[in-house]
Design a protein around this ligand. Structure first.
Ligand code: SF4
Ligand code: SF4
Length: 414
C-alpha cells in the first residue's frame, strides 16, 4: 500500500515501523473473513482492512475523530487477522501505533466516565488492593450485581508449592491479575515441572508484564514494567535459570515482545532480546518433556481420563503462534478433546476489552461457550487467566487452566 506519512510522524521510530507494515498490505481483504468484530458488526471499518486504512489516513495527517478512535477501540487485538494475512502484515504492531497516535491527536477527548473506567482498569490490576478486593468480592458474592459476579471466578486453593530443589531451574511470572483470580495455576505448574525434574521459581519482585497499560496507550508504564521485570529476572538467568515459563498466554505474548518494545533502548535492548528468546509458554516446556510425562503416567487408554473442550487463547495461537501443543499434551495424558467449531476465534476477554466493550465481549463469549459446550465436555480448559475468568462467568461447567488438569493426573492434586 503506497503511503506518504505526515511530518509529525515520518521521521520517528513509530512512523518508520508503521510505514514498513503498511507497505506490505495489498488490500486483499482476506483478513476480514476471520475478524470477530467484522463478523459481528459487518462494517468494513470494524475489520482489519478498514482499520488499516483508518490508521494510514491518520498517519498521513487526516483529522482523527471520535469515530476513528471507536473503530480502533473495538478491535480486540486478537491478531486473528495476522494469522490469516498472506502478506505477513504485522497488524498487532500497527494497531498499537494507531491507537497511540489516535489518543494523542483525536479532536474530541474521551468523556469523564470512560477516562475513569480506563484508569481504574489500568491502575486497579497492578494495585496492592486488587487481591484484597477480589477476596472481599468473593465473600460478598451473594450481594453483588450479576455483571460483577460474572467477573469473579470461584476461589480454588492453590495447594503446596513443591520444596524440592533440582539442578534444572526455571522462572515463573506471578503477574498482576492471576494470583488473585487464579491462585491455583502457578502452584499446579510448579508441581508438574517438579515431577519432570525442574524447579520453578517465582521471583517475588517481578509484577505486571506491562501488557495492560501498554495496550491502553500508556506506553511509558508498559515499558517501565518490562524494565523492572528484566532487572529482576536478569540475576536469576545469570545464575543458571534456563527459561522463563509463562502460565498466562497474554503475559507470554507480551514478554516475547520485550525485544521489540525496548529495541531502541541502549541499556535494555540486548537484555530484552535475551529475555524474549528465553520465554516459553508452559505447554512448550511440558511438550519437551513428553517422554517423561508418558513414563510417569504409564499406558493410558485414549480418552480414559475424561472429555475436555480446549479454548486456545488468541495470545497463544495468534500472538505466540503456539498451536496444537497443549492439545498434544492433553491427548497424551489420556484426555479426549471435543471438536470445537471456529476455535480460531476470540472469546471476547482480550485484556480490558470485556470491561470497555462489554456488549461485543459478551456476544463473543456466548458464541464461544456454545461451541465449547457443543461436544458435551466435562470441563473447559484454556491457557490464559483473562479467558478463564471471562468464560467461567457464562457457564456452570468447570473452567480450568489445562496445567491444573495435568497436575491432577500427574500429582493427584485435588
Ligand atoms: S489480508 Fe493482509 S494484505 Fe490483505 S488486506 Fe488484510 S492485512 Fe492487508
Ligand atoms: S486483531 Fe482481531 S479484532 Fe482486531 S482487526 Fe484483527 S482480527 Fe479483527
Amino acid at each position: 500500500m503506497q503511503t506518504e506519512l505526515a511530518q509529525f510522524i515520518k521521521h520517528t521510530s513509530e512512523g518508520r515501523e508503521a510505514e514498513t507494515i503498511l507497505r506490505k498490505c495489498v488490500h486483499c481483504g482476506f483478513c476480514n473473513a476471520t475478524c470477530p468484530t467484522y463478523q459481528l458488526l459487518g462494517d468494513e471499518l470494524d475489520g482489519p482492512r478498514g482499520r488499516i486504512y483508518l490508521i494510514k489516513q491518520m498517519l498521513e495527517g487526516a483529522e482523527v475523530t471520535a469515530k476513528t478512535r471507536l473503530h480502533l477501540d473495538r478491535c480486540l487485538t486478537c491478531r486473528n487477522c495476522e494469522t490469516t494475512c498472506p502478506s505477513g502484515v504485522e497488524y498487532g504492531k500497527l494497531i498499537d501505533i494507531g491507537r497511540h497516535v489516535a489518543e494523542a491527536r483525536v479532536s474530541q477527548p474521551r468523556g469523564d466516565r470512560e477516562r475513569l473506567l480506563r484508569w481504574l482498569v489500568k491502575a486497579g490490576l497492578s494495585s496492592p488492593l486488587f487481591s484484597p478486593a477480589i477476596k472481599l468480592g468473593r465473600r460478598l458474592r451473594g450481594l453483588l450485581p450479576a455483571a460483577l459476579k460474572a467477573k469473579l471466578p470461584a476461589a480454588r486453593p492453590g495447594g503446596d508449592w513443591p520444596s524440592t530443589g533440582h539442578p534444572r531451574r526455571m522462572l515463573a511470572l506471578a503477574g498482576c491479575a492471576q494470583p488473585a483470580l487464579g491462585p491455583a495455576i502457578n502452584p499446579a505448574a510448579a508441581r508438574v515441572l517438579d515431577r519432570l525434574g525442574i524447579q520453578l521459581i517465582e521471583a517475588p519482585a517481578a509484577g505486571c508484564c506491562g501488557a495492560m497499560p501498554f495496550h491502553l496507550n500508556d506506553h511509558v508504564s508498559g515499558r517501565a514494567d518490562a524494565k523492572r521485570n528484566i532487572d529482576v529476572w536478569w540475576d536469576y538467568l545469570q545464575h543458571g535459570a534456563e527459561a522463563l515459563v509463562m502460565t498466562a498466554s497474554g503475559c507470554g505474548a507480551f514478554v516475547r515482545e520485550y525485544a521489540h518494545l525496548l529495541r531502541d533502548d541502549p541499556d535494555y535492548a540486548e537484555k530484552a532480546r535475551r529475555i524474549s528468546a528465553m520465554t516459553f509458554d508452559v505447554s512448550e516446556i511440558v511438550l519437551r518433556e513428553k517422554a517423561r510425562v508418558l513414563q510417569l503416567l504409564g499406558t493410558v487408554p485414549s480418552g480414559s481420563a475424561g472429555k475436555l473442550a480446549f479454548h486456545p487463547p488468541c495470545t497463544l495461537q495468534h500472538g505466540q503462534k503456539v498451536r496444537g501443543v497443549t492439545e498434544e499434551i492433553l491427548r497424551a495424558a489420556g484426555f479426549a478433546l471435543t471438536v470445537v467449531e471456529d476455535s480460531h476465534l476470540c472469546c471476547g476477554s482480550a485484556g480490558a476489552y470485556s470491561v470497555l466493550q462489554p456488549d461485543l465481549a459478551y456476544k463473543l463469549r456466548d458464541n464461544r461457550l456454545a461451541a465449547l459446550t457443543a461436544g458435551a465436555p466435562q470441563a473447559i480448559v484454556s491457557a490464559n487467566i483473562g479467558c478463564l475468568a471471562h468464560l467461567e462467568g457464562g457457564t456452570d461447567l468447570p473452567v480450568r487452566h489445562w496445567i491444573e488438569v495435568l497436575d491432577q493426573r500427574l500429582c493427584g492434586s485435588p
